[in-house]
Design a protein around this ligand. Structure first.
Ligand code: XIL
Length: 339
């Protein structure tokens, strides 16, 4: 089915989920990632704390092992992530100056990781979660990023005051990524609670344009990742048409859109909720399938018992025994319908 989907789209549709070599149920992973999923993201193994545990030392063992799991199963591999305020190595934030961070620490880290992982990565989350939750319409990209109070913990002292005075740390990460990534690898900003017509999504759209302006990276090498950690009971998700509008705004620029971390938490694991979950899942998949510029669709954690949302949230496509849930059948049906 995925091959037929790709044929209709005119390019490979990367449908995948997360994996790490230390996950339980390795044989289950092998079977699901050779038949159902055909795309792999390391859940934790390519994060900064894993890849540069001491400054200047490259440690890509887990990230490479996940890539090799992908290759062995005939799957593609995506990179998550080079820069995030969370899961940073213990030597950060340290007492580095802003210019040391921007001119040395970030470029060295991004080069080490992106060069080390090779040219075949479909896309890299170059920066993860840099926009604040309290943004409002009309904010400049700098204001959007300054609103992320937690972000300066990487670049300064961990106080709650935003100390970022410009976006040079983001440009540094992107410029380095562009230099060392494969020529068809997309370079992404990845963000949660985005996708519709709201202030945070507006920030993301203006930020990606600002990054293009200041780095000269062509739009057709850039991407926006929509994490999509949803909670069914709160209505905290977007309609298919709201997503379509956002994706087409980015398409007009030549920027790719991706659903990078979809999971849908339930407050109770009953039939009605599972049906609701399947419907939301199907709409997110359709929004991506029917957008020419959406070609990666990733579910965060492939089974409920391994999900970061907690087993009882039942937020994934497969239950705690590894059996497909209604949402998995819905996904298969939507893929077949599109194909
Ligand atoms: C989560 C992992 O799933 C957990 O195993 C880990 O303990 C914390 O990070 N947004 C992201 C992901 O970009 O990297 C996070 O992954 C989930 C939220």
């Amino acid at each position: 089915t995925l091959q037929a989907v790709s044929t209709r789209k005119g390019q490979t549709f990367h449908f995948g989920s997360t994996y790490d070599t230390y996950d339980a149920n390795q044989s289950w992973f092998t079977s699901v990632f050779s038949t159902f999923y055909k795309h792999v993201v390391s859940e934790n193994g390519c994060k900064w704390d894993a890849t540069e545990p001491s400054q200047g030392t490259s440690s890509l063992t887990e990230c490479l092992a996940c890539q090799s799991f992908a290759t062995t199963n005939g799957d593609t591999f995506r990179g998550h992530n080079t820069f995030w305020h969370s899961q940073t190595p213990s030597w950060l934030p340290g007492s580095f100056s802003a210019s040391q961070v921007v001119n040395t620490i970030i470029p060295q880290h991004v080069q080490q990781e992106i060069q080390g992982m090779g040219a075949s990565i479909t896309s890299w989350d170059v920066v993860n979660e840099v926009v604040g939750d309290g943004v409002s319409n009309g904010m400049t990209p700098l204001q959007c990023v300054q609103n992320k109070k937690v972000w300066p913990t990487v670049t300064s002292d961990g106080s709650s005051t935003a100390l970022v005075t410009d976006l040079s740390f983001i440009y540094a990460a992107f410029k380095t990524a562009f230099t060392y990534a494969g020529s068809s690898t997309r370079l992404a900003i990845n963000e949660y609670n985005t996708g519709g017509q709201d202030a945070k999504t507006a920030c993301i759209i203006s930020l990606i344009q600002n990054i293009q302006n200041n780095t000269a990276i062509p739009f057709n090498r850039l991407a926006v990742g929509f994490q999509s950690h949803l909670t069914a009971s709160t209505g905290g998700f977007y309609t298919k048409s709201a997503l379509a509008t956002t994706f087409s705004t980015l398409a007009a620029l030549g920027v790719e859109s991706m659903i990078t971390e979809l999971d849908i938490s339930l407050n109770s694991n009953n039939q009605a909720n599972l049906r609701y979950q399947a419907a939301i899942w199907g709409d997110y998949l359709d929004a991506c399938l029917y957008a020419a510029n959406c070609n990666e669709f990733i579910n965060w954690d492939p089974r409920d018992d391994l999900s970061w949302r907690g087993t009882s949230a039942a937020a994934t496509l497969f239950d705690g025994n590894g059996n497909p849930k209604l949402a998995a059948y819905e996904v298969a049906a939507r893929l077949a319908n599109y194909a």
